[in-house]
Design a protein around this ligand. Structure first.
Ligand SMILES: *[C@@H]1O[C@H](CO)[C@@H](O)[C@H](O)[C@H]1NC(C)=O
Ligand SMILES: *[C@@H]1O[C@H](CO)[C@@H](O)[C@H](O)[C@H]1NC(C)=O
Ligand SMILES: *[C@@H]1O[C@H](CO)[C@@H](O)[C@H](O)[C@H]1NC(C)=O
Ligand SMILES: *[C@@H]1O[C@H](CO)[C@@H](O)[C@H](O)[C@H]1NC(C)=O
Ligand SMILES: *[C@@H]1O[C@H](CO)[C@@H](O)[C@H](O)[C@H]1NC(C)=O
Ligand SMILES: *[C@@H]1O[C@H](CO)[C@@H](O)[C@H](O)[C@H]1NC(C)=O
Length: 507
């Protein structure tokens, strides 16, 4: 046997070995899981710190595909090993399928609201500036509650810092698109754009960490791209941020690239990092930029936040999962989900399960499907099988809705002189390419969100509160309950105090 064939044989054996199918293999796999399950104990202690990851658009099928991408079907992502999990129902006050603004408001402020609105209750219709100004319509977020309890608070995102997911942490807006003054329609002069709310209002100006993109919403700029925000009122909100912190004698740092972020003095109590004109670039293209990764940002955020002995609240958004799904790039979306898992691992290494409630969830799904029946161990971005009706291959991943590039059908004349609609043969393209567009069934402007439940994974104090099928807005209430156990903060009236009041009244 030549050395080449020896190597090939060994390679072949090791591949087949990793895909064992014998009884012992399955039994050992299950026994390991059972041992872990038997070890699970409730942590009824104090959630001093709360870190809430939102994989934007990261539905259960995205998680499954990410798992297969990273290590095959039997692999487990770091957060899939968390002791507790449940599902969240993501419908909003007015829609069966939500957007990120209403779902983030539900997660962070505990009330379901109308699609496309930020930090206000369902009495506010989209675009109703006057209604959004009523104090009773305005919701208070976990970030604000944490600050009130003396904790530090902040967020990290790969999106603009004024975008739909971080917005509800600090802003109240009748329209998610009012990120900058140039996007405010006439008749809304009384309402502040979201960028100004972040820099000028509470709780935005008291957030200890703000890391993400969106320079154009914060500084004078003009863009003809309708998806991009621009500042047209000649204000420089980054300078305003510095002035505010200086005038209050606060220690702060403002950074704009990976190098600067890596060398900040963690003694600073306030950190503003704006790394892109709009959203941050995809992780796989990041090495062509000077932007930090989600992991880099999370590490810097925790270094700043963890100095507070009363603890902290941090929201982390993996926003490009959603962006890539909207464009029909399943591989990019899954690569972004993998990058978010890396950031979860950073948090796991820097915090303790004893005092830190670590939650990984999503705001809504996308319409990604995993189709039958590819072989076990095959490339999740490859071909599944071919259709018996037209003989054309189809990919393992597809979407039910898509933009123009996902709509891979064409009109053909059949031999029998009939006009038919056919799928393009995916085998003619490299389906494993990053920018391959998986086929979609219904043509829209872009791939739409899905309405399925999302998973929530939790470890740390009161993680067991996530245990079955929950409402999405339950997350806020469960986190508040977990934080209220903190000796340093009485977010709920203490029972001891109530007892004393009752006793005094009785006496
Ligand atoms: C920008 O400001 C100028 C001058 O105030 C105004 O004419 C223009 O309409 C504004 N553009 C936008 C997009 O708000
Ligand atoms: C990072 O930003 C600073 C300040 O704007 C600049 O001086 C430096 O050249 C930048 N570094 C890189 C690698 O872009
Ligand atoms: C960036 O990373 C990609 C994928 O790993 C690689 O193909 C590319 O050559 C890298 N580009 C640079 C400029 O390093
Ligand atoms: C279908 O895909 C397989 C690879 O999975 C390929 O070998 C085959 O040629 C494809 N069939 C057609 C008709 O393109
Ligand atoms: C379909 O077939 C008929 C009969 O052969 C022919 O007259 C007609 O032109 C064909 N139509 C097309 C669009 O090819
Ligand atoms: C397939 O390849 C062609 C030629 O490069 C390209 O125009 C097309 O967009 C690709 N299709 C998909 C779905 O990526």
């Amino acid at each position: 046997m030549s050395s080449v064939s020896v190597v090939l044989t060994v390679l072949f054996l090791s591949t087949t070995w990793s895909l064992r199918t014998d009884q012992q293999f399955w039994k050992d796999l299950a026994k390991k899981e059972l041992e872990e399950a038997k070890q699970i104990k409730w942590n009824v202690g104090t959630a001093e710190n709360v870190i809430l990851f939102v994989g934007d658009g990261m539905g259960p099928n995205t998680v499954t595909a990410t798992r297969i991408y990273k290590g095959g079907e039997s692999y487990r992502l770091a957060f899939e090993k968390f002791p507790h999990m449940g599902l969240l129902k993501t419908y909003s006050a007015n829609r069966m399928v939500p957007d990120s603004a209403c779902s983030a408001t539900a997660l962070f402020s505990g009330v379901k609201t109308n699609k496309d609105t930020i930090g206000v209750d369902a009495s506010v219709k989209r675009g109703d500036c006057a209604a959004s100004l009523l104090p009773e319509a305005r919701l208070e977020s976990l970030a604000s509650q944490a600050l009130k309890a003396g904790k530090s608070s902040g967020f990290v995102t790969t999106m603009r810092v004024t975008h739909a997911t971080p917005g509800p942490l600090y802003a109240h807006s009748a329209d998610r698109n009012w990120e900058c003054d140039a996007k405010m329609p006439t008749g809304t002069e009384q309402c502040k754009d979201i960028a100004r709310q972040l820099i000028e209002d509470e709780p935005g100006k008291n957030l200890n960490v703000i890391l993400g993109g969106g320079r154009n919403s914060l500084m004078p700029s003009l863009s003809s791209n309708p998806w991009v925000c621009s500042r047209n009122d000649s204000r420089n909100l980054i300078e305003d941020y510095k002035r505010d912190k200086s005038s209050r004698g606060l220690r702060y740092a403002v950074v704009s690239n990976k190098t600067e972020l890596g060398s900040i003095d963690p003694d600073n109590d306030y950190l503003l990092g704006i790394f892109a004109a709009s959203h941050l670039s995809y992780e796989y293209q990041r090495n062509q930029t000077d932007m930090p990764s989600l992991s880099d940002m999370v590490e810097a955020a925790i270094k700043v936040l963890r100095k507070n002995e009363k603890g902290f609240f941090l929201m982390v958004e993996g926003g490009n999962i959603d962006m890539a799904h909207h464009r029909g790039w399943a591989k990019v979306a899954i690569d972004e989900a993998a990058a978010m898992e890396d950031a979860v691992k950073v948090v796991m290494a820097m915090t303790s399960e004893e005092d830190t409630l670590l939650i990984v969830t999503s705001d809504h799904t996308h319409t990604l499907s995993i189709n039958g029946y590819p072989d076990r161990g095959s490339n999740v971005f490859g071909i599944a099988e071919s259709s018996p009706y037209d003989g054309i291959n189809y990919t393992t991943l597809s979407y039910s809705t898509g933009g123009p590039n996902s709509f891979q059908y064409y009109v053909a004349k059949d031999e029998n002189n009939e006009t038919t609609v056919r799928r393009r043969d995916p085998s003619l393209n490299d389906t494993t390419d990053m920018l391959y567009n998986q086929v979609a069934g219904i043509r829209l402007v872009e791939n739409s969100h899905g309405g399925g439940d999302v998973a929530i994974y939790a470890r740390g104090p009161h993680a067991h509160l996530f245990h079955n099928v929950h409402e999405q807005h339950y997350v806020y209430h469960a986190v508040m309950y977990a934080m209220a156990y903190s000796s340093g903060c009485n977010l709920f009236p203490s029972f001891t105090l109530l007892t004393i009041v009752i006793l005094i009244n009785t006496l």
